[in-house]
Design a protein around this ligand. Structure first.
Ligand code: SAM
Length: 379
């Protein structure tokens, strides 16, 4: 059997999910950067395409990306590609046999899958596609249930569901390497989370943010607007120690009104620590405390490897900060002095950037949501 060093010029194909399209490139680049690898796409690279072909990586690098990526569905070692099945055949027949042979010998078992993007193929058509690949020198035995090697024919019918071409725009064939972490979106869904609030961050987006922040094992991550701790849940999953602050006493102490439809008050154990416990990462919990992000309580030092947060936008969550008598210009006839005052969006982000500049370690990342107004997308 050939060793991996005798297999050369390998290209890898990523199949990406078509949601959060703008977040995919920074996610994959951040994950590659975590292992010190460059992002080298093929010449035909199109960012919005569900298929990306990458150069200059090893199978181990690709497995590393897939062990973290929420944007990528699957990865393949690319054996051939083309605009038509004839081009694919030529490409496959030119693929070095020493790259193929370790996975095709007579004692091996295998299966070929057919995947179509933006088109559904009838079962009979799938079988026809597989039968047509008989030119490949498979010597092993087909095993549908538990094959040693899985191969995939992937047909791309473009991204316009209202204009599906008869023939695919592009076709790929490769050996399946690994699936991404899309399952985390379901397993960590806020729907089944122990402690939630009105603005709990979606699980998939939380994991993507943790990836953008390059959060890794034993990092210390801080969320200054922690809410119910969805971002801490994601970071702790990747092995980071997590802490946070929030101005809201009830949120930090898991008290007050429940955000669940059929429940009036929060239960005794509804808090961020319990959320981490639910996912088996309680040991990564450092602490959370009540604190106003506009008034830092931290010592002047580079404390955090990443700051990752979802500040209040004033739409679903009010933007408040603590105030005192001296902050308020009180009209002479008014006796009541509010304990909080408006915290303007521009101040929130200025404070966050200043705080991060002072408290992130060198090379540490700040990842946050910034509300933008795009009149062209308003219906
Ligand atoms: C959009 S929510 C964060 C949601 C959180 N990511 C989660 O998954 O639950 C914003 C949070 O900022 C908190 N907040 C508002 N003003 C604050 C301030 N001045 N300092 C700290 N936290 C504040 C709110 O209480 C709220 O919990």
């Amino acid at each position: 059997m050939a060793t991996s060093s005798s297999r050369s010029c390998l290209q890898y194909l990523l199949h990406l999910a078509q949601d959060n399209v703008d977040f995919r490139l920074p996610e994959i680049k951040a994950l590659l950067a975590l292992s010190g690898k460059p992002f080298h796409p093929c010449e035909s690279f199109k960012e919005k395409s569900p298929f990306w072909c990458l150069n200059g990586l090893s199978e181990e690098d690709v497995r590393g990306i897939m062990a973290r990526s929420v944007c990528a569905k699957s990865a393949f070692e690319l054996w051939g590609h083309g605009q038509t099945h004839t081009e694919l055949r030529t490409s496959l027949l030119n693929y070095p046999s020493e790259n193929m042979s370790p996975f095709m010998h007579k004692d091996s078992t295998y299966r070929i899958n057919v995947y179509t993007f933006n088109k559904t193929l009838a079962f009979a058509d799938r079988i026809k596609r597989i039968d047509a690949m008989e030119y490949l020198p498979f010597k092993g035995t087909v095993s549908l249930k538990s094959p040693q090697h899985i191969f995939c024919l992937l047909e791309d019918y473009g991204t316009d569901p209202n204009n599906i071409p008869e023939h695919p725009d592009y076709i790929y064939f490769g050996r399946w390497i690994a699936d991404g972490q899309r399952e985390l979106i379901r397993s960590h869904s806020v729907k089944n989370r122990h402690f939630i609030g009105n603005t709990s961050m979606d699980a998939g987006l939380s994991f993507i943010m943790a990836n953008h922040a390059k959060v890794k094992e034993n990092d210390l991550v801080f969320d200054p607007f922690v809410g119910t701790g969805s971002l801490l849940v994601a970071c702790s999953h990747f092995g980071a120690y997590v802490c946070g602050t929030d101005i809201d006493y009830n949120t930090i102490h898991g008290k007050g009104r429940s955000s669940r439809k059929n429940q009036k008050w929060r239960g005794p154990d509804e808090n961020i620590r319990a959320n981490l416990r639910q996912y088996g990462t309680e040991k990564m919990y450092v602490d959370v405390m009540v604190s106003d992000a506009s008034k830092s309580v931290w010592k002047e030092a580079a404390l955090f490897d990443a700051i990752i947060t979802d500040p209040p936008y004033g739409i679903r969550e009010s933007t408040r900060r603590t105030g005192s008598h001296k902050d308020i210009t009180k009209p002479p006839d008014e006796s009541h002095v509010p304990v909080s005052q408006a915290y303007h969006l521009s101040d929130i982000f200025t404070d966050l950037l200043n705080f991060s500049a002072h408290h992130l370690v060198m090379g540490g990342r700040l990842v946050y949501w910034l509300p933008v107004y795009r009149p062209e997308t308003v219906c």
